[in-house]
Design a protein around this ligand. Structure first.
Ligand SMILES: [Zn+2]
Length: 439
């Protein structure tokens, strides 16, 4: 039997409740088996006295593009996304990024689109213990219609048409009509995709004509129903209010960005149980006060409009209990994947939107676990998977602590220690390398 681990004298954020002091957490194998104040340690248990340090569940990256390794905004749209490097190179980028995420305390990631089959293939490699990273709910190709916004400007170099009528290139898949959509989704399911990504409307920091449609209603409904028939979920890049409401009505599981969210949308989300990924870091970075000041003159107005509107609406989103999960387009040139970088988004919800840090922690942990489609992830509770992060300081009071991974003194995933500078400061990460090595 595997040695049990017992953390004692912990200040606990369990993913839902306020901080609780003097707690113990007992881990056996990959599970948390007990959480409470008086848990007797066995003689053979590995006992870790946290001396009052905080423990929280592992976090979820709710919008994961593993193969983005510094995409330049000016280049996006010139060629098909995902054709900028050969497939094996993109997989190498994704392996590197999975390491950054896990090292940032992220133990789950929900795919938001990747080239080729990067998510599904790397998930296999992680399950076999060849590489380490967050548990993945695998994304896949963007599902588009012909001539929609993910077509590059170089129309004279079209994606090759396959015999089945689908066009597949890099990160994109183009199909048309109800039959085409059914075929497109099943093509993705065959290749291990668990989260279908589609684009009910254009926009997100750029102006979009709300009267245009990327899909017919029937096409969108077919995407959702075909995925649901086989247990997959669907996420939609939906910016206009009309497209968000229609997507929710058709049963879409996750709304990405959702710039035009308002009280009517919030009510629909709560009623349908829709997950919401606001991804406000992208907009924040493009604001005139953003670090990069990248917004070109033509883009400044829609960026500012969206960001300021969302800052006002997010407290209502929080109050209504919408299932928000953080996550954004990390891997763009001005918001790279990297240790601690993911927490920059969390700060926006606290600093710009005025949400309590503890609530944002719940979004990143409990809500993230739910977005993985399981009921045993994202909380520190008996019966849950042992994904734990020990933080030096109180992230429920100061969420910016998560930006500096030196503050993450232990990272445990599936009951295995990935990082430990708390009990083994000299050896640090070398401990994890040994413990994670395949048997
Ligand atoms: Zn994205």
């Amino acid at each position: 039997m595997a040695q049990r681990m017992i953390f004692t004298n912990a200040t606990l954020y369990d993913g839902e409740n306020d901080r609780q002091e003097g707690m113990s957490i007992l881990v056996e194998g990959d599970r948390i088996v007990a959480v409470g104040r008086d848990i007797p340690a066995g003689a053979d248990d590995r006992q870790i006295d946290l001396g009052g340090k905080c423990v929280m569940p592992g976090m979820t990256a709710g919008h994961w593009h593993g193969d983005y390794g510094g995409l330049r905004l000016a280049e996006v749209g010139k060629a098909y996304l995902g054709t900028q490097s050969p497939p094996a190179y993109l997989a190498a980028v994704a392996i590197e990024n999975l390491g950054y995420a896990l090292g940032s305390g992220i133990t789950n990631a929900v795919g938001a689109g990747c080239s080729f089959d990067v998510d599904a293939a790397l998930k296999m490699a992680m399950n076999d213990g060849r590489i380490s990273g967050p548990r993945l709910r695998a994304g896949g190709l963007h599902i588009n219609t012909t001539a929609s916004e993910n077509e590059p400007t170089s129309w004279w170099l079209p994606a090759p048409e396959r015999e089945d009528g689908l066009q597949v290139v890099g990160a994109e898949l183009f199909a048309d009509g109800v039959d085409g959509m059914r075929k497109a989704i099943r093509h993705q399911l065959r290749r291990g995709v668990e989260v279908i990504k589609t684009f009910p409307s254009g926009g997100h920091g750029i102006d979009v004509d709300p009267t245009l449609r990327a899909f017919t209603r029937e096409e969108l409904a077919t995407i959702v129903n075909t995925a649901h028939d086989r247990g997959a979920v669907v996420r939609g890049h939906a910016i206009t209010k009309k497209s968000i409401l229609e997507s929710i009505e058709l049963g879409m599981d996750i709304i990405d960005h959702g710039d035009e969210i308002d009280e009517e949308v919030i009510e629909a989300m709560v009623k349908a149980g829709t997950f919401y990924v606001p991804s406000m870091l992208f907009l924040r970075k493009l604001m005139p006060t953003g670090v990069m000041e990248l917004a070109r003159a033509a883009q400044l107005a829609p960026v500012k409009r969206s960001f300021e509107h969302m800052c006002k609406v997010m407290p209502l989103v929080a109050k209504a209990g919408v299932k928000v999960v953080p996550g954004d387009d990390f891997g763009l040139e001005f918001m790279m994947h990297g240790l601690g970088n993911y927490a920059e988004e969390l700060e926006i919800y606290v600093d710009d939107c005025g949400i309590a840090a503890k609530e944002v922690l719940t979004w990143a942990t409990r809500n993230g676990g739910l977005m993985m489609g399981r009921s045993d992830l994202g909380m520190v509770r008996a019966g849950y998977v042992a994904d734990l992060v020990v933080v030096n300081g109180d992230p429920g009071k100061d969420i910016s602590l998560l930006r500096n991974t030196d503050n993450l003194e232990m990272i445990v995933k599936d009951g295995k220690v990935h990082k430990d500078t708390l009990t083994a400061p000299a050896r640090g990460q070398s401990v994890s390398a040994r413990e994670l090595a395949p048997a």
